[in-house]
Design a protein around this ligand. Structure first.
Ligand SMILES: O=P(O)(O)OC[C@H]1O[C@H](OP(=O)(O)OP(=O)(O)O)[C@H](O)[C@@H]1O
Ligand code: HPA
Length: 174
């Protein structure tokens, strides 16, 4: 990890790799008999998780992206989610891939947005879950790690656009 004051290691690269292998096994098993799974990666935060997850799957999939932004350069949600990108999910089995579910606002907005198109199913896979921070109900179908209500960065997640490139998850001092 880069030598930066205020960053405390929380989840190592090895722990992430091992957990993704388990998640990918579960997802591959659950969607085995269906048509290609439609992976929808929620940018920016999930770019690294998505890249590692899809390489560990043993089933066919397609990969699309939506960008959702509500934090901007803050450490708390602005309360509104800007969704950009246009994808077609009608009749598809969709797996939303998130880096983190915190208040739950972003994932709820995205699910509502995509349901209008009548997909066959929508499931949620998140690397990190912060249940103690939830303000909008959401129970992910696949979770990498449950964490306390602390601000984290690395492995795609940012603190004011910094640290996305770290290969591990760190806690950020407030
Ligand atoms: O559950 P919530 O409280 O809505 O928080 C989770 C969302 O917040 C982050 O996105 P952000 O808006 O920071 O955009 P980014 O992924 O581009 O960093 C993260 O990537 C999730 O999408
Ligand atoms: O803890 C977090 N870190 C980075 N981005 C986030 N978006 C919601 N929660 C977080």
């Amino acid at each position: 990890m880069k030598d930066s004051p205020g960053l405390t290691p929380l989840i190592t690269t090895t722990q992430i790799r091992k957990r993704i292998a388990v998640l990918a096994g579960q997802i591959s098993h659950d969607f085995d008999s269906r048509e290609p799974l439609m992976i929808v990666s929620i940018l920016k935060g999930s770019f690294m998780f998505t890249a590692d997850l899809v390489r560990a799957l043993s089933i066919p999939c397609t990969i699309d992206f939506l960008q959702a932004s509500s934090y901007g350069t803050r450490r708390s949600s602005s309360g509104t989610v800007a969704i950009t990108g246009s994808i077609t999910v009608k009749g598809r089995h969709v797996l939303l891939v998130e880096d983190i579910i915190d208040t739950g606002l972003t994932i709820n907005r995205i699910v509502d947005h995509l349901r209008l198109q009548q997909p066959s199913s929508i499931r949620i896979c998140t690397l990190l879950d912060k249940p103690a921070a939830r303000r909008f109900p959401c129970t992910p179908d696949y979770t990498g790690f449950r964490i306390d209500n602390i601000f984290v960065a690395g492995y795609g997640l940012d603190d004011r656009e910094r640290y996305r490139e770290l290969p591990c998850i760190v806690a950020v001092e407030r």
